[in-house]
Design a protein around this ligand. Structure first.
Ligand SMILES: CCCCCCCCC/C=C/C(=O)SCCNC(=O)CCNC(=O)[C@H](O)C(C)(C)COP(=O)(O)OP(=O)(O)OC[C@H]1O[C@@H](n2cnc3c(N)ncnc32)[C@H](O)[C@@H]1OP(=O)(O)O
Ligand SMILES: NC(=O)C1=CN([C@@H]2O[C@H](COP(=O)(O)OP(=O)(O)OC[C@H]3O[C@@H](n4cnc5c(N)ncnc54)[C@H](OP(=O)(O)O)[C@@H]3O)[C@@H](O)[C@H]2O)C=CC1
Length: 268
């Protein structure tokens, strides 16, 4: 495995005056996105369930550039209220739907409750948050970035619920890109490959590093969260003004390889 370091290319001040809302801002990709948006001049409001991690993200950015709300994105009334509060106080030029996750299991082992839980987190919450953000995004001619998965269009073993949810998000993204285009609102999906955040640390490293990175990623490198953050910032910047309805893979070519599967036997 070769690891690349995150790369910063956008100029300081690129996002001056932007107000952004980032779900899952307390860790991993969401934290990297929050830090980079703030560095580029944005004000960021973070959402997550754990106050300690959300507060720790705040220690990485200039004071005044960040605030947060403790909220479960599956609590649709509560999260809609957070979106409205943020929009009223700061305006809203960028929504990053990043909070997400799943357990890894073959489809036969996913119960109705397990299915509902993952769909609620990765699809239903995205619909409601984005809808709540609509009036504020219309006022700012703003943008939405939905964090998806590399390979969402091809399937991934052990992730039937999550892949179905992210495929739903892709359909939602493209539909709203059409419905809201006249208001100047743009929506895109990013598909990271294997990102070595703590969320994957419970998985056997032999599988994550040996199979997902070395065997299933043509460039044999994980995706740095900072690279995902730079692409989010690009899409929010004037340079992304004509990009909408896209799924951008940022995965070292993993979508072209044998697939990212969460069942190790897929690689035997
Ligand atoms: C192409 C590919 C690209 C692949 C791209 C490259 C690799 C990608 C790797 C992706 C990495 C990430 O996304 S990392 C990101 C994020 N972090 C995570 O995913 C960890 C967080 N995960 C979670 O919190 C949970 O999985 C999740 C279900 C979403 C949380 O929901 P809840 O808190 O509601 O969970 P619970 O109440 O405990 O359980 C709800 C139901 O789910 C069932 N359930 C929970 N865990 C279960 C398990 N291991 N096996 C079976 N069933 C399970 C329970 O039995 C319940 O069902 P009933 O008993 O029937 O009611
Ligand atoms: N790591 C990887 O390899 C890849 C990850 N992704 C996706 O990127 C996104 C970020 O993942 P990553 O940074 O790796 O993992 P993390 O687990 O670090 O991030 C997930 C974040 O979402 C928040 N979150 C989870 N559930 C909820 C909820 N119900 N309400 C509010 N916030 C919630 C968590 O905060 P808290 O627990 O405090 O609520 C956490 O900050 C996810 O959608 C993931 O599926 C995509 C491709 C690959």
């Amino acid at each position: 495995m070769t690891a690349t370091k995150g790369t910063r290319v956008l100029a300081p001040g690129t996002l001056d005056g932007l107000s952004a809302l980032v779900t899952g801002a307390g860790s991993g990709i969401g934290r990297a996105v929050t830090v980079r948006l703030a560095e580029l001049g944005a004000h960021v409001t973070g959402i997550g369930r754990h106050e300690d991690t959300l507060a720790a993200t705040g220690e990485l950015v200039d004071s005044g550039a960040y605030d947060y709300h403790v909220c479960d994105v599956r609590d649709l009334d509560a999260v809609s209220a957070v979106v409205a509060d943020t929009g009223r106080r700061h305006g809203l030029g960028l929504l990053v739907n990043n909070a997400g996750g799943q357990f890894f299991a073959r489809a036969d082992d996913i119960s109705p409750g397990g299915w509902r839980s993952v769909l609620d987190l990765n699809l239903t919450s995205v619909f409601h948050i984005t809808k709540a953000a609509h009036p504020f995004l219309a006022a700012s001619r703003g943008a939405v970035v939905n964090i998806s998965l590399s390979g969402v269009e091809r399937g991934g073993m052990g992730m039937a619920h999550s892949i179905a949810a992210r495929a739903g998000v892709l359909g939602l993204t493209r539909t709203l890109a059409l419905e809201w285009a006249a208001e100047g609102i743009r929506l895109n999906c990013l598909g990271p490959g294997t990102v070595l955040t703590h969320a994957l640390s419970d998985e056997a490293s032999e599988h994550v590093l040996g199979n997902l990175v070395d065997r299933a990623t043509p460039m044999r490198t994980p995706t740095p969260p900072e690279d995902v953050a730079e692409l989010v910032a690009f899409l929010a910047s004037p340079a992304g003004a004509l990009m909408t309805g896209q799924l951008l893979q940022i995965d070292g070519g993993a979508h072209l390889g044998p697939g990212l599967h969460m069942l190790p036997e897929a690689y035997r």
